[in-house]
Design a protein around this ligand. Structure first.
Ligand code: HEM
Length: 439
């Protein structure tokens, strides 16, 4: 943001061997991602990510493969996403499980991170594989650990060195052994699940992402332009697990931490839920309009403690001029989301946690387009609606069941993130104090 003050809303950083163009502020980011959506719909083809993904799947693919896989992904998420029998029901079940896990601690201090991650991971497993796993299942734990490793490796020193000087780093195998092995764990599991789905021959009555994909493969087997094949399927599975678990998990961890540090806001959320629904009626995602303050609190926690270090990198697919700056075809660009989320011209109190940012003067919820945490344009997050459904369901279920407090004697807790591609909070403990007796 300091650089933008000095050099303007669009400026270049040299990353050892290649230039990266940064778009800073809402005007520049919107111009790039929304007004020139197609031009910037490429993902950079970088040495490390090419070595692990080979341009397959959704997140790291480009061109025809990306277009087909993404279109299929969106359509399938829609088919599987809504309705009590679909993923919405699975989300509600997982939220209930998490409430029970927290309840077992009986108000004593607990570290919520691994149980939250397991819950969100299981939601994606249900979507993709058609079933959840017991949280102590060996395969499940291996998958979660490998996924976690992949997420944490991105943005580390050795990752960035590989991107900058791959010819050198290819000779130093040891820092990358684990990263490549973690990718293999996820892909092998995807292969195993796919074979099990094939053996069940349920593709004409598809139940999950794999079934729909196998059906699509069959439909397009005579189409020479089809990119529906096993390898793309395995990478799509890996993408969904990677993109859809740590993101939501880190967001909810921040949300609970902010409730602990802002008990007045926590109380207002609980009061709003009680006034609208009493203490026993269940709250569904379809009820969200009746809870403007709660919705505003969730959105504000995503703004105030955004989990993104930056927006995801893109690549220009043709020469283009943005706000007077020429950007050649093939340039890596990064939208600086922080410059928008903390802009004093957009937010009344950018450095303060303030749900009023998402309320109008009558207390109605306002969904602000400047909250660009899911990206924008052609490559916008594919799981945005699902993530919103998950965060609302988990947040309301937990805050209805418990009041969250710091453990006795603890007066301070760090709000500094662990720096990485996904910025989660430092490990912390809280007490989930039951609000209602178990009668
Ligand atoms: C709070 C939760 C989440 C956040 C903040 C988030 C954020 C993002 C962002 C910033 C991008 C990059 C968009 C761009 O390039 O402009 C993205 C892409 C993506 N997200 Fe999410 N995401 C979340 C949850 C999910 C979930 C739950 C899923 C899947 C079930 C998911 C699947 C994807 C996929 C597949 C892409 C790649 C899209 C493409 O390259 O075409 N995300 N997400």
């Amino acid at each position: 943001m300091q650089m933008a003050k000095e050099y303007g809303a669009i400026y270049t950083i040299w990353s050892l061997t290649f230039p990266v163009v940064i778009a800073s502020g809402y005007e520049a980011v919107k111009e790039m991602l929304i007004n020139h959506s197609e031009v910037f719909s490429g993902r950079p083809v970088t040495p490390f990510y090419t070595a692990i993904a080979h341009g397959k799947g959704i997140v790291l693919s480009n061109g025809h493969t990306w277009k087909q896989q993404r279109k299929f992904g969106i359509a399938t998420m829609r088919k599987l996403g809504m309705g009590k029998k679909g993923v919405q029901g699975q989300i509600e079940d997982e939220a209930r499980e998490l409430v029970e896990t927290f309840a077992r601690a009986k108000g004593q201090p607990l570290d919520p991170s691994s149980s939250i991650l397991a819950s969100f991971f299981n939601v994606i497993c249900a979507l993709v594989f058609g079933h959840r796993y017991p949280v102590d299942d060996k395969d499940f734990l291996m998958l979660v650990e490998a996924n976690d490793y992949n997420n944490k490796f991105g943005g580390t020193f050795f990752h960035l060195m590989y991107e900058a000087v791959p010819w050198l780093m290819k000779h130093i195998k040891w820092p990358y052994k684990e990263a490549f092995a973690a990718v293999d764990v996820v892909l092998s599991h995807a292969r195993k699940e796919t074979e099990a789905h094939r053996a069940q021959l349920a593709v004409h009555d598809p139940r999950d992402f794999i079934d729909y994909y196998l059906l699509q493969m069959e439909k397009s087997k005579n189409d020479p332009t089809s990119t529906y094949d096993d390898t793309n399927l395995f990478y799509c599975i890996s993408d969904l697990l990677l993109a859809g678990s740590e993101t939501t998990s880190a967001t909810l961890q921040w949300g609970l931490l902010l409730m602990v540090t802002h008990p007045d806001i926590q109380e207002k959320v609980q009061k709003e839920m009680e006034d609208a629904f009493g203490s026993s009626q269940t709250i569904g995602y379809q009820d969200r309009k009746k809870l403007p303050y709660t919705l505003a609190t969730i959105h504000e926690s995503q703004r105030f403690k955004t989990i993104l270090l930056t927006g995801n990198p893109r690549q220009s697919l043709q020469d283009v001029t943005i706000l007077g700056s020429f950007i050649p075809k093939g340039t890596m660009v990064i939208p600086d989301v922080h410059s928008i989320l903390f802009d004093p011209k957009i937010w009344e109190t950018p450095r303060k946690f303030n749900p009023n940012h998402f309320l109008d003067k009558d207390g109605k919820f306002v969904d602000r387009e400047e909250l660009l945490i899911f990206g924008a344009g052609a490559r916008m997050c594919l799981g945005k609606e699902m993530a919103r459904m998950e965060l609302f369901t988990f947040f309301t279920s937990l805050l209805r069941a418990f009041t969250f407090k710091l453990p006795e004697g603890v007066t301070d807790v760090s709000l500094e993130p662990i720096w990485g591609l996904i910025m989660s909070p430092q490990r912390y403990k809280l007490c989930a104090v039951p609000r209602f007796s178990e009668s």
